[in-house]
Every structure is written in structure tokens, then in C-alpha cells.
Design a protein around this ligand. Structure first.
Ligand code: PGA
Length: 258
């Protein structure tokens, strides 16, 4: 099965209004890649509307987090409907920084992913083990628990629109400059795909599984060359549009976006 690659940039709590506008100009000037790829940017919620308006139409915009409830007294949080209303079409669920700094459990992540999907957004569910867990040989147990909590949502997403997306982001590789080797990433992706197929026939084949954690222009080609790696969720190297465009070009073999 051919899965359209995804190259996504997670800006986290970075960039100001002028940066977002300049980024959009750089993307528009580069033009669309001439290879099939979904390009998605995840700005801070304050700039979702700006990014959705300013970015060229061959890109999409997503939220870094969505509240699990539909609406109500949740000061500081953002509802899925508001994210849609701002022009976004994707949303992350369960990024490790949300799990770590906001105490989000597997169950919380599943509720968020369900809300995201229900609002018509494409959920990107993030999973990944810490260094301690990897050292204790708990990687598969941790990933199975994280993935297990969202299997029903991913199966539901499978029948809808762009389908389910999973991002494998080992915590020890995020922001450390120490990317997982293509061998490690490919083996984990293979495991996740098998788990998805085991839950529902074909779910693993249709689900796009992204790798995230210190992806850059130097390592992206080796990583995406692996059969089970369908694209990237990129933090640091997505903050500069020329770096992000370079990764799109190198990862897709596209002549555009240089
Ligand atoms: P990084 O972040 O590319 O800076 O390691 C990836 C992520 O957290 O999504």
C-alpha cells in the first residue's frame, strides 16, 4: 500500500507573529513540492488563525494540543471546535512534553484523540519511551500501553478522511541532537504497524507512522528510506523555513521547496 508521506513541523512554544508571517512567505516563495507529501505545521494556538490564513494552500496547519472536553470552564485550554474554527485541520495528541509537563495519561491522550477526530481534525497520536524505559528493556511494553489506549480511536479514524497517524518519538531523542538510528526507528515502526494490524486487519497498512526526535537535513534521508517510516514530526529543525523546506525536499526527492 502506498502511504503519502507527511512532513510536519512542531514549533512548540516558539516564534512570534512576524516570524510566522515570514515563514509563510518563505513557504509560498518556495512553492509546492513536486512529489506527493502532506506538509503540516503546528504553531502555538495564538497563531493558528494567522498561520492558517498566511500559509500557502499546499500546507496544512494543526494544533499542538486539544482539550478532551467539548467546551466549558477550562481556563487556558483550547477546544477542538475552536481549533477547527481557526482554520486548522490537524492536531497532536499525547506529545511527550504534554505527557511529562502536564501529566497526561494514556487515557487522557485517548480522550483527546477521540475529541480531535470527532471535530473533524486529523489526530497525530504521539508515543515514545524514555531513556530509562529503554535501558530497562521496557520499550515495547510502554509503547504497547500507549498505543493500546488509542487503538479504538485509530481504528475509527481509519474509515474517515486522511485516516490515522501515529508519531513515534522516543523521549531520549527529542531535542537532544541524538536521533534514533534508522535501525531502531524502523524496528519500532514495524512493531507498531504489526500491533495496529493485529487490532484490525489493514489498520497498520493504512496508518501513517511518523518518526520524531532530532530529525534534520543530515539524517532525514536515511530514516525515510526505511519501509515503515512514513514521514517526520520535526521540532528544532522546523523553526527555520529553509531548514524545514530542505528536509521536505530531501525526504521526498522533490525538486521544489529548495
Ligand atoms: P526535535 O523535536 O525535532 O526538536 O527533537 C521533535 C518533537 O518533539 O516533535
Amino acid at each position: 500500500m502506498t502511504r503519502t508521506p507527511i512532513i510536519a513541523g512542531n514549533w512548540k512554544m516558539n516564534l512570534l507573529r512576524a516570524d510566522v508571517a515570514a515563514y509563510a512567505e518563505a513557504m509560498a516563495a518556495a512553492g509546492p513540492p513536486d512529489a506527493p507529501v502532506d506538509v503540516v505545521l503546528f504553531p502555538t494556538p495564538v497563531y493558528l488563525g494567522l498561520a492558517a490564513t498566511a500559509m500557502p494552500d499546499w500546507t496544512a496547519v494543526g494544533a499542538q494540543d486539544v482539550h478532551a472536553e467539548e467546551s466549558g470552564a477550562y481556563t487556558g485550554d483550547v477546544a477542538a471546535a475552536q481549533i477547527v474554527d481557526a482554520g486548522a485541520s490537524w492536531a497532536l495528541a499525547g506529545h511527550s512534553e504534554r505527557r511529562q509537563y502536564h501529566g497526561e495519561s494514556n487515557d487522557d491522550v485517548a480522550r483527546k484523540a477521540r475529541r480531535t477526530l470527532g471535530a473533524g481534525l486529523i489526530p497525530v497520536v504521539c508515543v515514545g519511551e524514555t531513556l530509562e524505559q529503554r535501558k530497562r528493556d521496557e520499550t515495547e511494553t510502554v509503547l504497547d500501553a500507549q498505543l493500546g489506549a488509542v487503538l479504538e480511536v485509530l481504528a475509527a479514524a481509519d474509515g474517515a478522511g486522511a485516516g490515522a497517524v501515529v508519531a513515534y518519538e522516543p523521549v531520549w531523542a527529542i531535542g537532544t541532537g541524538l536521533s534514533a538510528s534508522p535501525e531502531i526507528a524502523a524496528s519500532v515502526h514495524g512493531h507498531l504497524r504489526a500491533r495496529l494490524n493485529g487490532h484490525q486487519a489493514g489498520l497498520g497498512d493504512s496508518t501513517r507512522i511518523l518518526y520524531g526526535g532530532s530529525v534534520n537535513a543530515e539524517n532525514c534521508r536515511d530514516l525515510i528510506g526505511r519501509a515503515d517510516i512514513d514521514g517526520f514530526l520535526i521540532g528544532g529543525a522546523s523553526l527555520d523555513p529553509s531548514s524545514f523546506l530542505r528536509i521536505i525536499r530531501l525526504s521526498t526527492g522533490s525538486a521544489g521547496g529548495s
